[in-house]
Ligand binder design. Structure first.
Ligand SMILES: *Cc1c(COP(=O)(O)O)cnc(C)c1O
Length: 360
């Protein structure tokens, strides 16, 4: 068995170079006589691993000291609760842009802590586009405005940063963090589960403006309190040490391959190639409004859906894995995060063309 190209939406492919490095270092890490997995999280060595991961991330995204960087657990899903717990205040309100499955889940959890207002939604249009800038105005009394820059399931991506006016802007960047350059100062809180574009599952990244710390609702567990995590260097308890080490290797790999700007160009090339093949054919289609198409998750359907199983089986034989669409959408979906090389997308489009020739 050889490693194929894994188009899974998450956990997703990790770079070969990172996997090889981890394999080399697995049994004994840098003269410590033990694996990095076996290091005490309080040891100087592990604290250096964590600090180095944080400083690489700060360099990659340009995160200033106005923000705390937290390595936590519970996935993006726990952040759906942590954000209101930390920012909403008692009986407060937050506002949301609804662009699909993940927005809806964030809204539902926030409603447990206060008022969750949907400012704008594309639900009536089957979520085939992002919300447009002229469709909402954040209310000054809201605790924050939350949106999902990339809807992983629908394959819808914002091509602009929403204007939240005077209120903090919160972004669930689980499936697009580090995929293009951003101005972190445009945001007040960014969170992301690691398993798409950062590293293995089990780690969640939170980048939060320090001025927002210290406002958690009474009763918030200290593990979920951003201020407690910031004060304790993400070590209120034992952090997911191996996942943090691997994330650090991914950050190092991104830096040594040109940084976020280089991956932004590569991601445009990869997604452009795939959408071109879809658009040039009557056999494949993607329904998302072109300006709002995701560069990370590319759903497509076959004109003849009875060929789905054959398409997937042939793909698997060609070493192209996990192309089935989400169960709520059907069809196919290719997730092409940073670690998916151009060669993987080239292999996919050549398989797609060949399949179309045989069955179209
Ligand atoms: C995958 C995903 C989530 C859920 O992440 P978990 O880490 O499984 O909780 C939330 N939001 C977006 C945008 C996602 O892509």
């Amino acid at each position: 068995m050889t490693r194929g190209y894994n188009f899974c939406s998450g956990p997703a492919m990790l770079p070969d170079a990172v996997m090889q490095r981890a394999q080399q270092e697995l049994m004994e890490w840098q003269g410590t006589g033990m694996s990095v997995m076996e290091l005490s999280h309080r040891s100087d060595e592990f604290v250096r691993v964590l600090e180095s991961a944080e400083s690489r991330l700060r360099r990659l995204l340009g995160v200033s000291d106005d923000f705390a960087v937290l390595f936590v657990q519970g996935g993006a899903t726990l952040q759906f609760s942590c954000v209101p717990m930390n920012l909403m205040g008692r009986g407060g309100a937050a506002e949301f842009l609804d662009t699909g499955t993940w927005s809806v889940k964030a809204i539902k959890e926030a409603a447990r802590y206060g008022e969750a207002r949907v400012l704008a939604s594309t639900k009536s249009e089957n979520y085939l586009r992002a919300v447009r800038a002229d469709e909402f105005t954040a209310s000054p009394d809201a605790a924050y405005l939350h949106y999902t820059p990339n809807e992983t399931i629908g394959g819808v991506e914002f091509d602009y940063v929403p204007d939240s006016g005077a209120v903090p802007l919160v972004a669930d960047m689980s499936s697009c963090i580090l995929s293009k350059t951003i101005n972190v100062d445009d945001y007040d809180l960014i969170y992301a589960g690691a398993q798409k574009n950062i590293g293995p599952a089990g780690l969640t990244l939170v980048i939060v403006r320090r001025s927002l710390l210290g406002k958690a609702l009474p009763g918030t567990p200290s593990l979920l309190d951003y201020q407690a995590q910031a004060e304790n260097g993400s070590m209120v308890n034992t952090p997911p040490t191996f996942a943090i080490y691997l994330a650090g290797l991914v950050f190092e790999w991104l830096e040594s391959n040109g940084g976020v700007a280089a991956f932004e160009r590569l991601n445009a090339e990869k997604s452009g190639l795939l959408y071109r093949v879809i658009d040039d054919s009557a056999f494949y289609s993607n329904p998302i409004m072109p300006d709002h198409r995701s560069r990370m998750n590319v759903p497509f359907i076959l004109a003849d859906e009875s060929l789905n199983d054959r398409f997937l089986a042939g793909a698997q034989e060609a070493g192209l894995y996990n192309l089935q669409g989400h169960r709520s959408v059907g069809g196919m979906r290719a997730s092409i995060y940073n670690a998916m090389p151009l060669a993987g997308v080239e292999a996919l489009v050549s398989y797609m063309k060949e399949f179309e020739q045989r069955h179209g």
